[in-house]
Design a protein around this ligand. Sequence first.
Ligand code: PMP
Length: 302
Amino acid sequence: MARTAPRLWLDGEVVDSARAQIGAMGQALQRGSLVFDVGSFHPFRDAKALFRAREHVRRFLRSAASVGIAVTFDEEVLVRAAASVVNACDAREGLVRWSAFFTADEPDLLPRSSQATVIVAAQIYEDAPRTTPMRIAIFEDARKAAPEALSPLVKVAAAYLGPSMAKRRAIASGAEEIVLLDAHGDIAEAPTANVFAVVDGVLVTPPIGTVLDGITRDAVLAIARRDGIAAREATISRDAFAKADEAFLTATSFPIMPIGSVNGAPLGSAPGPVTTRLSDALARAIRGEDESDTCAGWHQPI
Ligand code: PMP
């Protein structure tokens, strides 16, 4: 869990977080149309840096455009907004969350105005990072919305409701996390993380379009390819996943989390050798210790 820093950026100004209010009759609350993205900041050299902030902001603007929210701030301003809230908080490591929602307090399906409020907040971790492998559940009927119904590329609040209900079921069954299936019954992603498996010696992750284009997913694929680890973006069947040599989740907040079991059955080795190698390499990249071309431009020093 992470708590919000006391000061956040609200439509151009750093203010007390209590100033960021949302109307009870607003479309964001009544219809779930708030869009968001979550990046991270880390110690970097003698200061701090945002990690891949431009990619997060671009994805945020893409989500906003998809639901018809007009964000008037450009990429540069939104990256600087993140830097300003990270600067204003004393933590050296944490998350940064961009959110946008229709400003008008009207609950109609299609609001009359596309004008938006934008908030950028730093979030500070409250718990020590978890390192033990995760117990995963997979249920035949816990699936992502079909891409034709709701694109997995849009980070809109409403898209997280089905996955969060599936996660509750997973927890009630004794697991800690759910891996959702796609509309065809193949492996898709966790509610807020991408999935990788090592199948027949090849690192595989489901293709973008059935899942979100995770920025950690992209970093893992880039590092794997650079380091000569065979990697493919391809469909993973439930059977192949159950027999995988190793598997892990990726998300900005972990960034790599080994999967220890699926529906109570141990899965391969956890963390397996490929997971450990990628996890170490990604941690070095995030700390700014990897100066290869692959990681060039990944940091935005503050
Ligand atoms: N899938 C979904 C549905 C997510 O919400 C997230 C978190 N943004 C991810 C995957 C992981 O993406 P990232 O590595 O960019 O955090």
